[in-house]
Design a protein around this ligand. Structure first.
Ligand SMILES: Cc1ncc(COP(=O)(O)O)c(C=O)c1O
Length: 446
């Protein structure tokens, strides 16, 4: 696989040029990689133009992911989510559809900020049984029933899969439901770039999503900030044609060339024995999960490269469990009162034994913790995110916010999943979640 961006930058960096252009470091070492940190000079192309080395590299990624178009993001999935939602909204407006998206409630907060910028409406979909803030497992049949009962048909279904706890949604089934109702399927696959390379390709683009984003940096060896926006070959042509424009609307005009090189190199990496290494590593992780389960740990989620422990049955809250692992040198991705989450990639090959030892050194306590997370709230919305964006609001003690209208864009517990969204009325259930997740103050309308 060719690496046109890297090739250009190498040649430039080794060509003894005098840099009378940005960036200000002029290629001289400050942090370390400055020599390779260039800007959109002649020959280096412009991000989101039709021709040149970046477009060439993106075409390579398009072939690798088997999409209609794959574009690079140097602003992570946060940028791609905005572009994705812009494209959905544009499509809805141009095709006479409702300016309405049905979204599984466990969205990343970028969804909420995008809705305030783009001014579309959301109908939130909740699971039949509460699964905490981070998960929202809803079957295609349940989605079908909900959409069938709605008078206004949403233009798209928006799903976060995999979620932070490692649950993968039934994308093929959801795609089927979307087709039946004439809706687009948009997937926040920030955690799932690697799914494309498993022995059975379960990347959303392979299972019928129209559009999706990946944070390449989360699960591939790409620098932080590197991501993709993927558009399906089968997506409506308005979406394919406007994809570059959508990214340009929200992206910096100074994309990091270090990130672009990293994405370029990822194309080579994933086509050079990665699938075999990944398959082998997944087998090892699955074996480790079996050992941990046999030792009494309660694991959840079906994502191959996450280990998510429900820590309370072991007698610990998630934060305490994460601290115990840290004492053995294991730094987790995420913890909340109920879970500790480890994210692995084949780069962790030499860590597996230590992870096992660290887990097995944590003794199960006699008294399990029985306190459950309050069930997810379904607060009533009275103002749109757009209306709230321009309100000043007042900061109040979260304990005194009952009955008030939230005006923070979202109050999110880690990992950036909204407990409540701006414009919603804070009810008793929301208050209980604020308390549970340690939210001290919130901004409400005056
Ligand atoms: C589900 C989900 N979507 C989107 C994002 C934003 O991704 P990025 O950090 O790549 O901008 C995150 C970040 O953690 C995420 O977890």
């Amino acid at each position: 696989m060719e690496t046109p961006i890297i090739d250009f930058v190498m040649q430039y960096a080794n060509g003894n040029k005098r840099r009378l252009h940005m960036p200000g470091h002029k290629g001289q070492s400050f942090l370390g990689p400055e020599k390779f940190d260039i800007t959109e000079i002649d020959g280096a192309d412009v991000l989101y133009s039709e021709n040149g080395i970046i477009a060439e590299s993106e075409n390579n990624a398009t072939r690798i992911f088997g999409t209609g178009k794959t574009l690079y993001s140097a602003g992570g999935s946060s940028l791609s989510v905005r572009a994705m939602l812009y494209l959905v909204t544009l499509y809805a407006r141009n095709c006479g559809k409702e300016n309405l998206i049905a979204a599984f409630r466990n969205v990343h907060k970028t969804y909420v900020t995008a809705s305030s910028l783009l001014d579309f409406d959301t109908v939130w979909l909740y699971p039949a049984e509460s699964q905490g803030i981070a998960s929202c497992i809803i079957t295609p049949e349940e989605v079908d029933a909900k959409i069938s009962s709605m008078k206004k048909k949403p233009a798209a279904l928006y799903v976060t899969s995999p979620d932070y706890l490692g649950n993968i949604a039934d994308i093929a089934g959801l795609s089927h439901v979307c087709k039946k109702h004439g809706m687009l399927l948009a997937v926040d696959n920030a955690h799932g770039a690697y799914l494309n390379f498993l022995p059975e390709n379960i990347h959303p683009m392979a299972l019928g999503a129209d559009i999706c984003c990946d944070s390449a940096h989360k699960t591939l060896p790409v620098l932080t900030g590197g991501g993709y926006l993927h558009i399906s070959k089968n997506a409506p042509c308005e979406i394919l044609e406007n994809a570059q424009r959508a990214m340009m609307n929200f992206a910096s005009t100074s994309p990091s060339y270090l990130i672009l090189q990293s994405l370029d190199l990822a194309n080579k990496y994933v086509t050079d024995g990665y699938c075999e290494r990944l398959a082998d590593f997944c087998t090892k992780v699955s074996e480790l999960k079996r050992v941990l389960k046999d030792a009494g740990f309660v694991l959840c989620g079906n994502e191959p490269l996450k280990i998510t422990v429900k820590t309370k049955p072991h007698g610990y809250c998630g934060e305490e469990f994460a601290r115990m692992l840290e004492k053995s040198g294991i730094v987790c991705e995420f913890c909340d009162p109920d879970h500790t989450v480890l994210m692995l990639t084949p780069q962790n090959e030499c860590d597996l034994e230590e992870v096992k030892k660290a887990f097995l050194s944590i003794e199960r306590r006699d008294c399990v913790i029985t306190e459950n997370a309050p069930s997810a709230a379904h607060p009533k919305s009275v103002l749109s995110p757009r209306e709230c964006l321009f309100l000043n609001g007042t900061e109040v003690n979260a304990k005194k916010s009952l009955g008030k209208i939230l005006c923070d864009l979202s109050v999110s517990c880690p990992p950036a999943i909204p407990i409540a969204v701006c414009g919603e009325v804070i009810d008793g259930n929301v208050m209980a979640l604020f308390e549970y997740y340690g939210i001290k103050t919130v901004r409400v309308t005056e």
